[in-house]
Design a binder for this molecule. Structure first.
Ligand code: GDP
Length: 440
C-alpha cells in the first residue's frame, strides 16, 4: 500500500529531455529535509520563489543555480509539505539532483500518479476531479481542454455530490422512520418517501445519461468511418485528410484489410477517421475478416462517410451498412464529366472538393460534440455508475417495504459515492491512477 505512507516521494514533473527549465517535485513529511542535502541552510518563505545555489553536501560541488519553492502542507497540491526545485533543464543536472534525493533518508521515486493520489487521500480533490486533471494534461484540442478544466474545477463532482446528498438525506429520514416503527406507532404503508423529490432526481439522472454521449465524444474524439466499395479511393481520402501517407493506396482492389486510424483536429474537436476494407463479396478469408471489421467500424462510428465513384451512382453500399444519416461523398470527380450527383464531390487525387468536405465534417462534428454549460458525462465509468443509480432509484420508487426501500436507497447512495470516491474506493484507485505518469 502506497497511501498513508510516511515516505517522501520525488519525481521530475516536467517532460524528460532537454529544456529551459526542469521541475523536480518533492512531497511528504520529510520534504524540507532535502534542502540540507543540497547545503541549503534556510527554509525559503512559503510560496516565494527563492534563488539558491544547490551544492552536493559531501564535497560542496555546485549542482545548479536553481529556484526553490516551498508549499507547506496542508495548503499544497498533495496536502503534504512540498518542495519544488526549478532547475536548468539538462539531463546531467536532473540526474545529479535525483541522485542526491534518492540518498535522502525515507525518500523514494514517486509511482505514476502518486502526487495526485496523495492529493486525493488528503481530501484535496475527489476522484472525478482527479480524472479531470489527467484529461486536462492529455487534452489535445480546445474542446477537450475546456471540458477537462471544468471537470477539474469540480462542476461534475458538485452535480454527483448534490444527488448523493439529497438521497442520503432521504435515507436518513427513512431510517429514522424505521427506528420509530419499532415502537409500533407508524403507519406500515407510509414509508416516508418523498416521491416527488426522488422522481425529480431520477429524471435529472436520465437526462444526464441521455446527452448523446457529448462529453465522451469530446473526450475520446468523434469517430468517422469511411466505407465504400474497393478502389473508390477511401485510402486516398484518408491520406488527403491526414496530409500524409497514412494508408497504402493502390489500384489493386482489397489492399486495405485492417482498419487504419488517423487523428485530426477539426474546429477544435478531436476526430478519429478510420479507413476500412472495401465492401464486396470476397472468398479470401482475410479480406472477409477485413470487411467484418469495416462493418463493425461503421456501426461504432458517430459519422459514417459513404464513398462512391463519381459517374457510378449505383456502386454505393446499401443503407444497411451505414444506418441513419451518412455523409455521401463522390470521389474521382477529375475523371468524369457526367452529371454532378447529390452529395459532396471530391477528387482525393487533385484535392478538389476536400476543403468543402472538411467544412461539412466540421459542422457535423461540432453538432455532435456541442458544448453546453451544464456538466457532461465524460467517462464510461461514470455512465455505468449513474445507470446503476437510476436502476436502484426505480426500485426505490416501486418498493412498498420500508426496510427494502432503505436498502435500495443505500445502494444508490453508495454507487454515487463511488464515482466521487467517498466510499469503497480502494479497488478503483489503481484503475484511475495508472493513467497518470510519474511526476503527476
Ligand atoms: P480504396 O481501395 O477505396 O482505399 O482506394 P485507394 O485509395 O487505394 O485508390 C484506388 C485507386 O484509385 C488508386 O490507384 C488511386 O490512385 C486511385 N484514386 C483514388 N482517388 C482518386 C481520384 O480522386 N482520382 C483519380 N483519378 N484516381 C484516384
Amino acid at each position: 500500500m502506497l497511501d498513508g505512507s510516511k515516505e517522501t516521494i520525488y519525481a521530475l514533473s516536467t517532460p524528460a529531455g532537454r529544456g529551459g527549465v526542469a521541475v523536480i517535485r518533492v512531497s511528504g513529511p520529510a520534504a524540507v529535509d532535502c534542502l540540507t542535502a543540497f547545503q541549503v541552510t534556510s527554509l525559503p518563505k512559503p510560496r516565494v520563489a527563492t534563488r539558491t545555489v544547490l551544492r552536493r553536501k559531501k564535497d560542496g560541488v555546485p549542482v545548479d543555480d536553481a529556484l526553490i519553492l516551498f508549499f507547506p502542507g496542508p495548503n499544497s497540491f498533495t496536502g503534504e509539505d512540498i518542495i519544488e526545485l526549478h532547475l536548468h533543464g539538462g539531463p546531467a543536472i536532473i540526474d545529479a539532483v535525483q541522485d542526491i534525493l534518492s540518498a535522502c533518508k525515507g525518500f523514494r521515486l514517486a509511482q505514476p500518479g502518486e502526487f495526485t493520489r496523495r492529493a486525493f487521500w488528503n481530501g484535496k480533490i475527489d476522484l472525478v476531479e482527479a480524472e479531470g486533471l489527467v484529461d486536462l494534461i492529455e487534452a489535445e484540442t480546445e474542446a477537450q481542454r475546456v471540458q477537462a478544466l471544468r471537470q477539474l474545477k469540480g462542476s461534475l463532482s458538485a452535480l454527483y455530490e448534490g444527488w448523493q446528498k439529497r438521497l442520503a438525506d432521504q435515507l436518513a429520514l427513512i431510517e429514522l422512520g424505521l427506528d420509530f416503527s419499532d415502537e409500533g406507532d407508524v403507519d406500515e404503508e407510509d414509508t416516508g418517501l418523498d416521491r416527488d423529490s426522488m422522481t425529480g432526481i431520477l429524471h435529472e439522472m436520465q437526462a444526464h445519461l441521455d446527452d448523446g454521449r457529448r462529453g465522451e465524444i469530446v473526450r475520446n474524439g468523434v469517430r468517422v468511418a469511411i466505407i465504400g466499395a474497393p478502389n473508390v479511393g477511401k485510402s486516398s481520402l484518408l491520406n488527403a485528410l491526414a496530409r500524409r501517407e497514412a494508408a497504402i493506396v493502390s489500384d489493386i482492389a482489397g489492399t486495405t484489410r485492417d482498419r487504419v486510424d488517423i487523428h485530426l483536429n477539426l474546429g477544435g474537436q478531436a476526430v478519429i477517421v478510420t479507413d476500412t476494407a472495401g465492401l464486396r463479396a470476397s472468398e479470401d478469408v482475410i479480406e472477409q475478416e477485413g470487411i467484418r471489421r469495416s462493418l463493425a467500424a461503421a456501426a461504432e462510428a458517430d459519422i459514417v462517410l459513404v464513398m462512391g465513384e463519381y459517374g457510378e451512382p449505383d456502386a454505393l453500399p446499401t443503407p444497411e451498412t451505414h444506418g441513419g444519416d451518412p455523409l455521401v461523398v463522390w470521389n474521382k470527380m477529375d475523371l468524369s464529366t457526367g452529371e454532378r450527383p447529390a452529395g459532396i464531390c471530391i477528387s482525393a487525387k487533385t484535392g478538389e472538393g476536400i476543403p468543402e468536405l472538411e467544412q461539412e465534417l466540421t459542422t457535423r462534428v461540432r453538432s455532435l460534440a456541442l458544448q453546453s454549460e451544464a456538466p457532461v458525462l465524460t467517462r464510461a465509468r461514470h455512465r455505468e455508475a449513474i445507470t446503476e443509480a437510476t436502476v436502484r432509484l426505480e426500485e426505490v420508487l416501486q418498493e412498498k417495504d420500508s426496510v427494502l426501500l432503505a436498502e435500495h436507497l443505500r445502494a444508490a447512495v453508495a454507487v454515487l459515492g463511488r464515482i466521487i470516491g467517498k466510499v469503497d474506493v480502494e479497488d478503483l484507485l489503481d484503475r484511475i491512477f495508472r493513467d497518470f505518469c510519474i511526476g503527476k
